[in-house]
Design a protein around this ligand. Structure first.
Ligand code: 13P
Ligand code: ZN
Length: 271
């Protein structure tokens, strides 16, 4: 059996948590990540028949029965992940009943997965229907994206349009746009259901005055989506109080999208 601490998926979680912390996005225990793993790959590192303990999920995730995820722990600080992987991360499998998680590794101090697991698993279920290769759901608190939700209308079309206008590449990176939820209580099934509903249309979902979710086929894709929104939101906040002399016109956004052959949200442009 190989050393789990050397597993590429553990290393990826380690490096992305440290990176996100250093971006200033994940203060204290802010943020959480779930990453669906390949059972045969996990079996190289763990006895997958050995369940350490079971933890109730709090809803029925029967579409994910048997699926294995590495998930950040609740209350754990991203800044500490690199120093103690086995306490701050856990590997869980959705049990046969669909409502229980089987802990295969981690949460060494008796901890459990993120309080946002409903939003993660419900989003995995939806995104897998759109893209069977989707593996990652990532939640974080990027500074400028949050700032923008204080001063910008919380409407999918208007929010996406403003972000697309900030830099040329945005429409290329997320031609499907950004979904925006109003302020809601976090850490429960209700916000999970609302997030998953937006994930029907979008790989990016902003939680007003809280943070953002990104979905992708790997860590880089989910991170890259969020990073690109955050860059655009930073530009928006930097120029918010200045006269705007130049902008990317909707005809130009259309030209970029068409030149890259993208299936973009045409209804989000005003043409
Ligand atoms: P957890 O510590 O439970 O992951 O919660 C952090 C967070 O960002 C809540 O939205
Ligand atoms: Zn959060």
């Amino acid at each position: 059996m190989k050393d789990i601490l050397s597993a590429p998926f553990v290393k990826e979680m380690q490096s992305v948590c440290s990176n996100m912390y250093r971006q200033g996005w994940d203060e204290r225990n802010g943020g959480n990540i779930s990453y669906m793993l390949d059972e045969t790959e996990v079996a190289e590192y763990l006895d997958i028949n050995k369940v350490i303990r079971t933890i109730p999920i709090g809803f029925n995730a029967s579409e994910l029965i048997g699926k294995i995820f590495i998930v950040t722990g609740t209350g754990k600080y991203f800044k500490n992940v690199e120093y103690d992987l086995e306490t701050n991360l856990g590997i869980i499998r959705i049990a046969e009943d669909g409502t229980t998680a089987e802990l295969l590794w981690g949460y060494r101090d008796g901890g459990r997965f993120t309080s946002e697991l409903p939003a993660h698993l419900m989003s995995h279920i939806v995104r897998l229907k759109h893209d069977p290769n989707n593996r990652v759901i990532m939640h974080t608190h990027p500074t400028y994206t949050l700032a923008m939700t204080h001063i910008h209308e919380l409407d999918d079309k208007k929010f996406t349009h403003t972000i697309w206008e900030m830099c040329t590449e945005c429409i290329v990176v997320f031609p499907d746009g950004i979904g925006v939820l109003p302020w809601m209580v976090c850490g429960n099934n209700e916000i999970g259901e609302a997030t998953a509903k937006k994930m029907e249309e979008f790989r990016l979902v902003v939680w007003a005055l809280h943070g953002i979710y990104g979905a992708g086929k790997n860590i880089d894709e989910a991170f890259g989506l969020i990073e690109t929104v955050e860059k655009a939101a930073k530009l928006y906040m930097l120029i918010a109080q200045m006269p705007h002399i130049n902008t990317i016109l909707d005809t130009e956004l259309k030209a970029v999208a068409e030149s890259f052959g993208l299936n973009y949200r045409k209804d989000f442009l005003n043409l």
